[in-house]
Design a binder for this molecule. Structure first.
Ligand code: ADP
Ligand code: MG
Length: 386
């Protein structure tokens, strides 16, 4: 992997593309790549990974396995990732021999809350007040206005995992001990009016195509529903687009990224960056001219970016393992009886509580009607029970 290789500026089908990670995001990537005539190699240690199952080649190995990485570097014209906890070192190694998008540097920032928050702040974008906690001595005392707050581990947190809500220093100390004194960010708990997100694609020339701003609601720290267009002022929607673009430019990002925002009154604060397609961008599969996974393929191969505009209003609902009450399969026929409901199941090996098993999107012209249909289908599928 040490030889200098000439990397072509455009990688045409039927080239082999590489995907680090075999989850649902990887699976949608494989589908999009196949549609465009590419082949895909997926690296994932899980024999039953949703993306590995449908890839042309599944390398079943760890993400830092030297032989596996060599095979990817030798056989893939470009490599990307579907989750931010892929070792940045693996991306660096691959980049010596093949095109890697997004870069290891961008992924490293997004996978570490301290680097991420500092990057966003230094870029001049607003974030919630926070303190970096390296040791218990860094925990502010009760007079600090940061409380009530959320303690978040700097690394490997997702879907609300590695987070604790704390009222005071004593709470924070206990949570910090429970997190094994790993570096954390202590963030002020905000009274959120709304959460929104923007997914965008940026190519190596610096062109950016954004998707519409989505409005997101969470249940137990996990995305539950995305509504598009978001039901907030045009100013907030446009601001979110501008801030997301600014971040992509500052990062010199190439690929698809998601940016989560908090809305507090008229203020828009950046929450976090995902260096990959985002769950809140799943609506793009059924409601946009080009979806976020096709954009991921386009950005990594050097093809022109597609048009990300919305052709239908959309409501996306996540389906978690919790819907399998007493291990019984949800009544899919009921949900599918809604004619404009598009169901996507991820072919996960088994349902588990809080595990993302699938999602559905209801599309249409009438915003109220699609939200209503989505909420009915949501209850028919036992979503939000526990
Ligand atoms: P994850 O990586 O798990 O998505 P987030 O930081 O996005 O972590 O937190 C998950 C959810 O928890 C957010 O979408 C939001 O609903 C809630 N949350 C996180 N931080 C705050 C905060 N400072 N104030 C209020 N709610 C928050
Ligand atoms: Mg989040």
């Amino acid at each position: 992997m040490t030889a200098t290789v000439i990397k072509p500026s455009v990688i045409n089908p039927p080239a082999m593309l590489g995907m680090l990670g075999g989850g649902q995001l990887g699976r949608f990537f494989v589908i999009a790549a196949h549609e465009l005539g590419y082949k895909v190699t997926v690296l994932d240690p899980d024999q039953n990974s949703p993306a590995g199952k449908i890839a042309d080649v599944h390398i079943c190995a760890n993400f830092d396995d030297a032989l596996a990485l060599k095979k990817m570097a030798d056989t893939c014209q470009a490599v990307t990732t579907e989750f931010e906890n892929v070792p940045a070192k693996s991306l660096e190694k691959l980049a010596l021999a093949t095109t890697v998008r997004p870069s290891a540097a961008c992924v490293s920032i997004a996978q570490h809350r301290v680097l991420e928050k500092n990057f966003i702040k230094d870029a001049g974008l607003p974030v919630a007040p926070f303190v970096v906690i390296n040791s218990a001595n860094d925990l502010p005392n009760d007079t600090n206005t940061i409380y009530p707050a959320i303690l978040k581990v700097a690394r490997f947190g997702y879907d609300g995992k590695g987070q604790a809500r704390v009222k005071n220093q004593a709470d924070a100390k206990q949570a910090f001990t429970e997190f094994k004194q790993e570096t954390c960010v202590l963030e002020q708990m905000l009274a959120l009016d709304l959460e929104v997100s923007v997914v965008l694609a940026r190519d190596s020339m610096g062109n950016i195509a954004t998707f519409p701003t989505a409005e997101n609601s969470h249940l137990n720290g996990i995305l539950d529903i995305s509504i598009v267009p978001a039901r907030c002022s045009e100013v907030i929607k446009a601001n979110a687009q501008e801030l997301a673009k600014k971040l992509a430019e500052k990062l010199d990002y190439v690929g698809v990224m998601g940016v989560e925002f908090f809305v507090v009154g008229s203020q828009l604060l950046v929450n976090e960056i995902a260096p990959r397609p985002h769950n809140s961008g799943h609506y793009t599969i059924d409601a946009c001219i080009t979806n976020q996974f096709e954009q991921q393929v386009r950005a990594m191969t050097g093809l022109a970016l597609g048009d990300g505009s919305l052709h239908s209003n959309a409501v996306m609902v996540n389906i978690l393992g919790d819907s399998w009450v007493n291990n019984l399969e949800p009544l899919w026929n009921k949900a599918l009886a809604h004619a404009s409901l598009k169901l996507h199941l991820y072919s996960k090996h088994e349902p588990r509580k809080a595990r993302k098993m699938g999602h559905f999107t209801v599309i249409g012209k009438n915003k109220k009607a699609i939200l209503n249909a989505a909420l009915i289908a949501r209850s028919e599928l036992n979503i939000g029970l526990s």
